[in-house]
Ligand binder design. Structure first.
Ligand SMILES: [Zn+2]
Length: 258
């Protein structure tokens, strides 16, 4: 059977003597594993279109129970990302997150669109890299069903206090007054909570990322003083929900201080 797909290459490993095993993301079939015959060979005509970050049109054929790439034509290579180490590090982290959260055999059009928008933003530096990362993380959490409820206080329904408190694992906010009442009560047994204190600019940015149409997920503005905290909050939110860290993320952070 021959299938035509448009796929973002998330990763590749050498397989056997000369072949590669690609992990790719498609809208229709989610995350897939496909074989690239001769992918390690310099003579391969299609290998250049099947490198990580490439969004590629592939013709797949079935052989030995596995799909393999018969033809590949690059649609977007995002080659500009590789010109800078920090951009490359962030994009590799994005691919790692996608590999972790995207389903096999599931519809993943939302995550594919987010991935392409994020890589485009990294390549063209549409915002500081840390803010692009944060927006990607929050949208990913939402696409995976962990979207925080950022509308109003979960207890009294108000949205007036200067600071709101977001419980990471429950995904709900409380206002200052309700929180003060709440913290005087003993916590439920075995319940540890991570609470993020959101000021108005951070809350507004998180709302815009969470509730805007896909292409406008980066249209928030943040005062300089809030950016660092905002970035760490979004990272904390996603990683606590998917319950793991990433070597690529540590590498990205190691570059930030240079
Ligand atoms: Zn309240």
């Amino acid at each position: 059977m021959v299938t035509q797909i448009k796929a973002l290459v998330l990763g590749d490993i050498v397989w056997g003597e000369n072949d590669k095993l690609l992990t790719v993301l498609t809208a229709e079939y989610g995350r897939m594993c496909v074989v690239l015959k001769g992918g390690s060979s310099l003579k391969s005509k299609v290998a250049g279109a099947c490198l990580p970050f490439a969004y590629t049109e592939m013709t797949l054929a079935e052989k030995g129970g596995r799909p393999w790439v018969r033809e590949a034509t690059e649609i977007r290579g995002f080659h500009g990302i590789r010109k800078e180490l920090e951009s490359t590090a962030l994009a590799l982290y994005v691919l790692d997150v996608l590999t972790e959260v995207c389903l096999e055999d599931g519809e993943e059009s939302e995550m594919l669109q987010l991935a392409l928008n994020t890589l485009h933003a990294i390549e063209n530096k549409l915002k500081p890299l840390g803010q692009i990362k944060a927006a990607f993380e929050l949208r990913t959490a939402a696409a995976c069903g962990f979207s925080p409820d950022l509308v109003a206080c979960n207890t009294c329904g108000e949205d007036k206090s200067q600071f709101m408190y977001l419980d990471v694992m429950d995904g709900v906010m409380t206002c200052r007054e309700c929180r003060q009442r709440h913290i005087q009560e003993p916590p439920a047994e075995g319940h540890t909570s991570i609470v993020l204190m959101l000021d108005r600019p951070i809350l507004d940015a998180m709302r815009l990322i969470s509730y805007s149409p896909p292409k406008r997920f980066l249209s928030f503005q943040l005062p300089d003083g809030d950016s660092r905290l905002f970035c760490s909050y979004c990272e904390k939110y996603l990683l606590n929900h998917i319950d793991r860290g990433f070597a690529s993320l540590e590498f990205f952070h190691s570059l930030e201080g240079l």
